[in-house]
Ligand binder design. Structure first.
Ligand code: SF4
Length: 745
């Protein structure tokens, strides 16, 4: 392994402005391999070599506490923490196998640069970092600073997100940077901001245990969030569990009521339920009057959503609609939950707000067991929402507001003019920017769009048009890394430290309990080095370590709804099993499980929640004679995570789900098409065709098919449409046709 030099390697990186040099001398192999903060080395000094310590899980947003057992400074095994307030001793298969992806044989262990022969070949960090800066700066010089963009992730710790966002926007002069959270949570963010005045999921997981009616819209909870489902099963009220989903999912099968509506008719259904509640006087007028605005307009809007109209649009009977409304009315503590079935929609924001409206009009918010509750996807999607500096200025501030820019510049000690005055393009607009020749350089961190992006083949072609593509990831074998000009090898979860924020706003601690392989570095260290090589290291003198950045994040949160100035340090997070925001200075909360809006005060200027609504819009790609099936996509099993970049590294997890891609089809349609169970079929959309095994099952209705999102080719089929407000892709419904493989198309 070669020595990694950090001095004098960039024209702008001379002498004393080198942060690492000032503090540590040259970043040599010896230093990298020593215990410490640079991503390599054994566990930090604060941990003993043979102890058990709690680390928050790095897969989903539930944020379970896992006890990692160390021997000789290396994590050898783990088990769920029985005292952690999130999971209470439980873990899903992914959690139990969380260490397996770290030990995979295809970890990226050295920077890789595409050579003149077209191959990715190993280089040392010095060459990699010089190339990174030289190529991106050359693109900026030729095409303007905005011609380089970044795509980040909900998978790295908040401190890394904040450093990346600050480095890119305040140091490198980039304007455009978005996260893969656009694919899962953008809809909820926009919905909450407009309805509540801030992106604020109001619940605590205890609400699952305290409801008497639980309404799940577009959420296959027991597969996507199995530990939340377990929390619900702990509910002693024998709650009514209502599932709204076109598919008879595992959750729907276990529910007390399942409303299998037509795909994407949810907005009409929710307006129809609101219509019935109002018509029957089953609303909380006092709450509406005291704590909301625009109810009268909403009431007029839903007047036309009669049972007959809603029944026609949704495929549910008028009796079912009536029973649904009755169940909500009969509940004393009704909680409404949603996730990707709502968010990944062409009108997801309005659907999310239709759910919020039901909670507001019935007074089901701010009390135990209630709430309009969006369940997040990735382990740190919530951190991204607060601190990634992509769509919001750090801490939920606004790039377009001068007072916010001045405040953040003052806190960070940077020139105010370094802060962009405009918002970034959204993810899809960055991709479109490549098409239009405006984005020439792209830096992708810990995400795999070549697999996950909607209408995938289009993206593959566009990635090939980039002058320079950098992928920073723990594997060099992802579909995206294989297309890169430069790969930067990154440490994994548990090979570095920092904080995640989970779905219930709990900030939990990730610790370094394993050593990153080869020359892989923590993303935090990579960002620090890029700052120096780029020549803007001076701006980040205070950003010395994740914990130092946590102190900065506390300061930027001051006075915001997500104020965390009362959290002292990492030790406090560790002792308490995480802390939910808000936790302002001087806070003396009795409970470590808190919900928002108990005082009926929301975050809008008038402190009232807003009823937001809009007429439903037609499906972007409806079925027709040529493409008669609606393709639904979603999570396949609780053993698979998104593009399977990590979960497919575990032989244990691999045994828990079908290896080959499959498509669920109803017995009625299978019979019509002559398809028998487990045979190969061809599924085609207007964009591509793929092969899948047929699962003949009643879980889907006639006219619908389902394919899990985890398989590499699923997104060749999906249709690129987006919610007009959140720019979130609508993965859930496009038109396809199906035939037996042996039949001619
Ligand atoms: Fe990890 Fe989520 Fe499973 Fe909990 S439910 S163990 S956070 S993947």
């Amino acid at each position: 392994m070669s020595t990694i030099r950090t001095k004098g390697t960039s024209p702008e990186n001379k002498g004393s402005d080198n942060l690492l040099l000032q503090r540590n001398g040259p970043l040599t192999r010896d230093l990298l391999l020593a215990p410490g903060e640079f991503g390599l080395g054994r566990v930090p000094a604060r941990l003993k070599p043979d102890q058990t310590t709690t680390v928050v899980c790095g897969f989903c947003s539930t944020g379970c506490g896992l006890n990692v057992h160390l021997k000789n400074g290396e994590a050898i095994n783990l088990s769920p923490n029985t005292d952690y307030p999130v999971n209470l001793g439980m873990a899903c298969p992914k959690g139990w196998e969380a260490l397996a992806p770290l030990r995979a044989s295809d970890r990226a262990t050295t920077p890789l640069l595409r050579s003149s022969r077209g191959k990715l070949e190993p280089v040392d960090w010095d060459v990699a970092l010089r190339t990174f800066c030289d190529r991106f700066k050359a693109i900026q010089a030729a095409h303007g600073k905005e011609s380089v963009a970044f795509i980040s992730t909900g998978q790295i710790v908040s401190e890394e997100m904040a450093l990346l966002g600050a480095l890119a926007k305040f140091g490198m002069g980039l304007l455009h940077g978005d996260g893969n959270t656009r694919q899962c949570m953008a809809t909820s963010v926009v919905a909450y901001k407009e309805s509540f005045g801030f992106d604020a999921p109001p619940y605590t997981y205890r609400d699952f245990e305290e409801s008497d009616v639980v309404v799940l819209v577009g959420s296959n909870l027991c597969i996507a969030h199995p530990i939340m489902w377990e929390r619900l099963l702990k509910n002693k009220n024998r709650p009514e569990i209502i599932v709204v989903d076109p598919r008879k999912t595992e959750t729907a099968t276990a529910a007390t009521a399942h409303y299998a509506l037509k795909p994407k008719s949810d907005l009409t259904l929710l307006y129809g339920v609101a219509h019935l509640l109002i018509q029957r006087g089953w609303i909380d007028e006092e709450f509406i009057r005291a704590h909301t605005v625009d109810f009268e307009e909403f009431k007029a809007h839903v007047e036309g959503f009669t049972p007959a109209r809603v029944s026609e649009a949704t495929g549910l009977s008028e009796a079912q609609l009536s029973t649904f409304a009755e169940k909500i009315h009969n509940g004393k503590r009704v909680s409404f939950w949603w996730t990707m079935g709502v968010n990944q929609s062409h009108e997801g924001v309005r659907v999310a707000q239709a759910i919020i409206n039901l909670a507001l009009m019935t007074g089901n918010i701010g009390r135990p067991g209630t709430g309009a509750n969006s369940i997040t996807g990735q382990c740190n999607a919530m951190g991204s929402r607060m601190f990634s500096n992509t769509t919001n200025l750090l801490g939920g501030h606004d790039f377009t507001k001068e007072e916010h820019r001045r405040k953040i510049a003052g806190i960070l000690g940077i020139p105010e003019e370094n802060i962009p005055t405009r918002n970034s393009l959204a993810y899809d607009q960055i991709i479109e920017g490549i098409l239009k020749g405006k984005i020439k350089g792209l830096w992708i961190i810990a995400t795999n769009p070549a697999h996950s992006w909607i209408n995938q083949e289009d993206l593959h072609e566009l990635l090939g048009r980039l002058d320079f593509l950098v992928v920073q990831d723990m594997y060099a074998t992802t579909e995206t890394a294989e297309r890169a000009h430069l790969v930067l090898p990154a440490a994994s979860w548990a090979e570095k430290e920092g904080t995640f924020i989970n779905s219930e706003r709990r900030i939990g601690l990730v610790k370094k309990v394993a050593r990153a392989p080869g020359q892989a570095l923590a993303d935090f260290s990579i960002f620090q080095l890029i700052a120096q090589y780029w020549g803007c290291g001076d701006l980040f003198k205070e950003w010395k370590s994740p914990e130092a950045v946590f102190q900065i994040l506390k300061r930027v949160s001051k006075g915001q709804p997500c104020d965390i100035t009362g959290i002292e340090d990492y030790a406090m997070l560790d002792e308490r099993g995480g802390v939910q925001w808000p936790y302002p200075e001087g806070a003396t909360y009795e409970s470590n499980e808190r919900r928002l809006f108990e005082d009926g005060q929301f975050y809008r200027p008038d402190q009232k929640a807003k009823f937001a609504f809009q007429p439903p819009r037609p499906l972007p790609e409806p079925t027709d004679e040529q493409y008669p099936f609606t393709l639904l996509t979603g999570r396949g099993s609780s053993s698979q995570w998104h593009t399977q970049t990590r979960t497919k590294k575990s032989p244990v997890l691999q045994r828990l789900y079908p290896k080959e891609i499959y498509m669920e089809i109803s017995p009625v349609d299978a019979k019509k098409l002559g398809i028998t169970a487990n045979e190969w079929v061809v599924v085609a959309s207007r964009r591509a065709e793929i092969k899948a095994r047929a699962f003949v099952t009643n879980s889907v209705q006639p006219g619908e098919v389902f394919i899990p999102m985890h398989y590499e080719v699923t997104n060749k089929l999906t249709f690129p449409s987006f919610d007009q407000y959140s720019r979130q892709p609508s993965y859930k419904a496009c038109a396809v046709k199906v035939r037996r493989e042996d039949d001619r198309g």
